[in-house]
Design a protein around this ligand. Structure first.
Ligand SMILES: *Cc1c(COP(=O)(O)O)cnc(C)c1O
Length: 423
């Protein structure tokens, strides 16, 4: 008999973030349709986490598929140094005015981690190009900005980074914004006058366990940074494109603005890898010069891939439709109602929401952590009920594609209630 996808996979594949000894078997997906992933045995999994936070409009969306296939026979790829193309230019033209702050230029790369690397290099070299000695980078405790070495350096020292800590560059970490000494600690560092930039996940730290803080706290951090000439990098890789209820998390700010924004994940609607780093005119201008010394020497083979840019353009069309905006509001409202009930349960230590994302911190009898022993039980519990939900330790969350129906959301809520009765 022919081997299954699952069996063939086990022979040749090494999966991300996976202890291959404990999880030797991957579910073989043969089709994606709307909020569902369909496996080789015909099981349909409800994708409650938008396939690692990337999918916005459902799987295999026909409109994105059509646009991508048209682009494939027009121009699949070309070098992006000295050459350009319509999808890259159009995407930049359309994105820049939509972004918070005064974003004037787009630098393309391949994913969230590279968008962060580019942002860090921009900020770090900006001061050197201006002949000013500012080299410190500030980040938030609990931060996650990606898995490449620079992105790991600005991420919290954790289980994920532990084996690489000696390789990581020094970063000043400040307490999470809900901690009362956050601002004091930030000011203390900024007063040294040597900070190049701060990088932060606006409103919600994803990987840290969907930890949330308010727009006012974000506003205060950015304002203090601006008073000390510190560049502000908003890592909107997860929060972009409606996740937090507004198109971008930084749209919830009234006065303060970031200088650099990183986008990826939902950028292409979850169809293709693409990263974007945007900056202000001031930052861009600091890289102009007559000798080669002020150039930003960074690029990837697939920088601004036309197919990925086209997927992003198509996804943007869908994101800006009234229907999508209405879906985001609908999901947020349903989450809010569910949260009120869930909060009451004795097994729920904390329940929180940021737009289309809700998270429940479960009391499993041991400490909140990524390696919480109940994690695998919870993951399997939902899989058995045909829901894809990957808990962050004892924290479960829903971060759905926007096309999820009320019935599908209710089904997930019901299964969460059922879980609360058995843990
Ligand atoms: C996922 C994520 C990244 C890294 O993106 P990749 O595409 O996985 O490299 C960076 N920042 C944030 C906030 C993220 O959620």
């Amino acid at each position: 008999m022919a081997k299954t996808l699952k069996e063939r996979d086990a022979e040749v594949i090494w999966h991300p973030y996976t202890q291959m000894k404990v999880w030797p078997e991957a579910i073989g997906i043969t089709k994606g349709e709307g909020v569902y992933l369909i496996d080789e045995e015909g099981n349909q999994y409800l994708d409650a986490i938008a396939s690692w936070w990337v999918n916005l409009h459902g799987h295999s969306h026909p409109y994105i598929a059509q646009r991508v296939s048209e682009q494939l026979i027009q121009l699949e790829h070309c070098i992006f140094a000295g050459f350009t193309h319509e999808p890259a230019v159009q995407l930049a033209e359309r994105l820049l005015p939509l972004l918070p702050g005064q974003m004037k230029k787009v630098f393309y790369s391949d994913n969230g981690s590279t968008a962060v690397e580019v942002a860090l290099k921009m900020a770090y070299q900006y001061w050197q190009n201006k002949g000013i000695d500012r080299k410190r980078i500030i980040a938030l405790e609990g931060a996650y900005h990606g898995d490449t070495v620079g992105a790991m350096s600005v991420s919290a020292r954790s289980l994920f980074t532990k084996k690489f800590d000696p390789l990581l560059f020094d970063v000043s970490f400040i307490p999470f914004p809900t901690e009362e000494n956050c601002i004091a600690s930030l000011k203390q560092i900024l007063e040294k006058n040597d900070t190049a930039a701060i990088i932060l996940e606006p409103l919600i730290q994803g990987s840290a366990g969907m930890r949330m803080y308010g727009a006012e706290a974000l506003e205060e951090i950015i304002t203090v940074c601006k008073q000390h000439d510190c560049l502000v990098i908003a890592d909107e890789v997860m929060t972009g494109f409606g996740r937090t209820g507004t198109l971008f998390a930084c749209d919830q700010l009234t006065k303060a603005e970031p200088d650099i924004i990183c986008l990826s994940k939902g950028l292409t609607g979850g169809t293709l890898p693409l990263g974007v780093t945007t900056c202000t005119q001031d930052i861009y201008d600091a890289f102009l010069g007559d000798d080669g010394m002020t150039t930003l020497y960074h690029g990837h083979s697939f920088t601004a891939n036309p197919i990925a840019c086209t997927a992003a353009l198509a996804s943007l069309d869908l994101s800006l439709k009234d229907e999508c905006i209405e879906n985001i509001r609908r999901i947020s409202d349903l989450h809010r109602t569910f949260l009120q009930t869930a909060k009451q349960h004795e097994k729920v230590l904390d329940a929180r929401q940021c737009g289309t994302i809700i998270a429940l911190e479960l009391n499993t009898g041991n400490a909140t952590s990524y390696l919480n022993q109940q994690r695998n039980f919870i993951y399997r519990f939902f899989l058995e009920r045909k829901i894809l939900m990957r808990p962050l330790g004892n924290i479960i969350y829903i971060l759905p594609p926007y096309c999820i129906t009320n019935e599908e959301l209710s089904f997930i809520y019901e299964q969460i209630q059922a879980l609360l009765e058995v843990i």
